[in-house]
Design a protein around this ligand. Sequence first.
Ligand code: ME8
Length: 512
Amino acid sequence: MERIYLTTPIYYINAEPHLGHTYTTVIADTLKRYYQRQGAETFLLTGTDEHGDKIAQVAKENGMEPKVYADRISAIFRSTWDACGISYDHFIRTTDSYHKEVVQGILQKIYDAGDIYFGEYGGFYCFGCERFYTEKELVEGKCPDHKKEPTYIQEKNYFFRMGKYQQQLLSHIQSHPDFIRPERYRAEVLAFLREPLEDLCISRPKSRLQWGIPLPFDSDYVTYVWFDALINYVSALKFRGEDFFQTLWPWANHLIAKDILKPHGIFWPTMLMASGLPLFERLNVHGYWVMESGKMSKSLGNVVRPLEMKERYGMDAFRYFLLREMVFGQDATFSLDSFVARINADLANNLGNLVSRVLAMQEKYFAGVVQPLGGVWAKEDQELREVFLQAEKDLKRHMAEFYFHRALEAIWGAIDHTNRYIVQTSPFVLIKDSEKRGRVGEILHHLLEAVRVTAHLLSPFLPETAHEIGKLLGLPQGTSSHQSSWGKSFLAGHKVKPPKVLFPRIELTAEG
Ligand code: ME8
């Protein structure tokens, strides 16, 4: 893999960043760091989706002009990702002028090619979803999402001949098994495509809605919000020039949750086909985070906010939980109890204790000075190194599938082995025998290598921790060195730092 272009959804600005947004953004960041470490050229895009009825309404409720409101909330998203250490390369806003130009260019192109036509349409419109529903899709006459009766609207609008591309999309999905993954979401899109695909209404009359990008061929209309939003993935690259777009676009990997599968799995590829652009490489779909206490909502007071989590427990602890707890593609439950249990067990105990024990022994027995390794390694030393080699191989395999939880399990398998190695070799017993001092030095040298490689493997997932461990080991680029250099990375006389608590145990108070 030489390149990867990762995208998160551009988030609506009618809510502030929460657990769900953070999850998608954190996995995008983890993937970027992971591929970057492999030497790939990477680009990570996130941003905000600012047009449409919903935003116009919320802005009005807050007594603000839509753009003023958009500026405010978009800035909150951006500063949140900055504070969380998300390594995005570009933050797009659909109100940015270069984006509007690209949207209008694409609309004009499709219109000129005859794939956009003007027609009359009557249908049940849900303002919450900003879309028309067919009678069949309604549940007891109500929108299945908002449980509200939709409004019947009859109006003239522009339509995109989406149905024309149904067969082409079907063949693409069938001949590219990885185009949409995991499999269950691919199957879901294929199921949609078993029914005839209707044309897509892509405009809203300005008499009803003004907050959108005007159609280039009819100024009485603005673009439907999804048609505008999806194009962000293209306009963000075009902003840096056509060459940049050409280089990265074929490597586009979209990350979304299952809620927006249809626009990404059906609208978007057919829009690309109609505009003569190549398709993205892959659509990667994850499940939903649900709260143990029910749906996350302001009224229930159970919204998990990334900055609060970071301040209380540290960003790496939050990242660890998100990545370890959810199986990519399936839903996962969030509760503070399970969060605390995981952090205490995996981070405070297994990882934190390992690093402290090793550094404490190095400090106590050798004043922090790394001791030489003998020419012949003991069986358990060889085995320790091999366990890490295997963990790296497993990690690579799991990352290719986006199985972050398994990738972390692989690292923790090696950490557990290292803790067992300490028990097995018992340097704390050997040190009492002055003739065994040389062997203790070797054991600790291997343990320092294990800690170094752990930090290296952890760096895409827990970047701050990896950096912190690198500093304790006193290696200038502690986490970037590879394990092929096991036994060669610490020069004789090198001094490591005394231990430090990386993850304090969390004790929950009554308030959490
Ligand atoms: O749909 N669990 O924006 P949005 C997991 N603007 N992920 C969640 C989640 C949850 N409970 N809640 C939100 C939009 N997400 C459009 C997108 S893209 C061209 C336009 C995450 O603010 C997840 O990534 O409603 C989901 O797909 C996205 O936020 C929806 O964000």
